[in-house]
Design a protein around this ligand. Structure first.
Ligand code: NAD
Ligand code: UD1
Length: 338
């Protein structure tokens, strides 16, 4: 009875592995380390006193993944492995298609062959494209993705729907994440972006720690409370907990289910900056810049379905997440690099 976690040394994967180990699950990680470090395993051990079994495997290659299915007694899979940089996906769309969609196809093939029935998949709110209204509900239209990364998530969702039609014993939870931020309260694991961060929170923490001079606020003429973009920032520990709720749901054999994982609350860029300053005591210098292409005014989740059907809801607020992101950054100014 083991849970296979693809991409388990990454940001969301590592936090989920900690929660799984703490709850007594037997965890097997496969990751090719293209965007994570082995040091994560030491940190997981420091937090939990346990080391998950780890295999350096590229999920795209069946010959690498097959021996893990042969060796381990896998009952459930959480599939985090994937590339996630929006800008990079615009430059290298084929790589994103091959890595994200290709690896999902390999995983499904082996699932079918080895009769593993339960799968949790990391999707994204990006599949909703440009929202016609907020909050977004799971049965709102999807499509019109503004970048190749988003399109891979949508393509995988379709792949999973087809798979569930063909495999009546399959139970699949598609989880659409909103904006994950925060870190484990130990300060030992967190988000470790390579190069210049694209996303807001890691940029703020790097300004706070002195690695960047100021934050560029991309636009202040949106139709929002203060003109800056509004998003649904969810603490990564709440997100991790959502995966455990999804595993419990799959044990009820529901077939294919889709849930938004967010808080249901929108926060503007300037509100997040203010919350961070309050939580950290550090002033964040910022400059208002032009709009970033592809950005929307507001994006936040309707979370009633996850609450109703999985009995899951977020517990942490923005200040908790800011405090925890800051602790991680302050203790690890260079991420996992010593
Ligand atoms: P991450 O980059 O920290 O983790 C992904 C992990 O997958 C990395 O450790 C990477 O080395 C591994 N990986 C990538 N391709 C692989 C392959 N072919 N074979 C084996 N391992 C591979 O990213 P994250 O933030 O933890 O995101 C996890 C998942 O959630 C991704 O699928 C991502 O698209 C999705 N997601 C993330 C966000 C977010 O804002 N972080 C939002 C929505 C959805
Ligand atoms: C982005 C991606 C989305 C992806 C998600 C998680 C785009 C258009 N969307 O979402 O596909 O799923 O990341 O990886 O890239 N902001 C600033 N200054 C910064 C960075 C961001 O003002 O330096 C603003 C943005 O304009 C936005 C908000 O902060 O209003 C959040 O941005 P970000 O963290 O990049 O997330 P999303 O754009 O929601």
């Amino acid at each position: 009875m083991s849970i296979l976690v693809t991409g388990g040394t990454g940001y969301i994967g590592s936090h989920t592995v900690v929660e799984l180990l703490n709850k007594g699950y037997d965890v097997v990680i496969v990751d090719n380390l293209c965007n994570s470090k082995l040091e994560v395993l030491n940190r997981i051990f420091k937090i939990t006193g346990k080391t998950p079994r780890f295999y350096k495997v590229d999920v795209r290659y069946e010959e690498e993944l097959r021996p893990i299915f042969e060796k381990e007694k896998i009952t459930d899979i959480i599939h985090f492995a994937g590339l996630k940089s929006v800008g990079e996906s615009v430059k290298f769309p084929e790589l994103y298609e091959e890595n994200n969609v290709g690896s999902s196809k390999v995983l499904l093939k082996l699932m079918s062959e080895f009769k593993v029935h339960n799968l949790v998949f990391s999707s994204s709110a990006t599949v909703y494209g440009v929202p016609k209204h907020v909050p977004l509900m799971e049965d709102d239209p999807v499509g019109g993705c503004t970048n190749p990364y988003g399109q891979t998530k949508l393509d995988i969702e379709y792949l999973l729907k087809d798979y569930a039609k063909e495999h009546k014993d399959a139970n699949i939870a598609i989880l659409r994440y909103f904006n994950p931020i925060g870190a484990h309260q130990s300060g030992l694991i967190g988000e470790d972006p390579q190069g210049i961060p694209n996303n807001l929170m890691p940029y703020i923490t790097q300004v706070a720690v002195g690695k960047r001079e100021f934050l560029n606020v991309w636009g202040n003429d949106y139709h929002t409370i203060d003109g800056t973009g509004v998003r649904d920032y969810i603490h990564v520990l709440d997100l991790a907990d959502g995966h455990l709720a999804a595993l419990r749901k799959l044990a009820e054999k529901p077939g294919l289910v889709i849930y938004n994982l967010g808080t249901g609350r929108g926060t503007s860029v300037l509100e997040l900056v203010a919350a961070f300053e309050k939580a950290s005591g550090v002033k964040i210098k910022y400059v208002i810049g032009p709009r970033r292409s592809g950005d929307v005014d507001e994006n936040y989740a309707d979370v009633t379905k996850a609450k109703r059907e999985m009995n899951w809801e977020s517990k942490y607020n923005i200040e908790d997440a800011c405090r925890d992101s800051w602790r991680w950054q302050k203790n690890n100014p260079n991420g996992y690099d010593e």
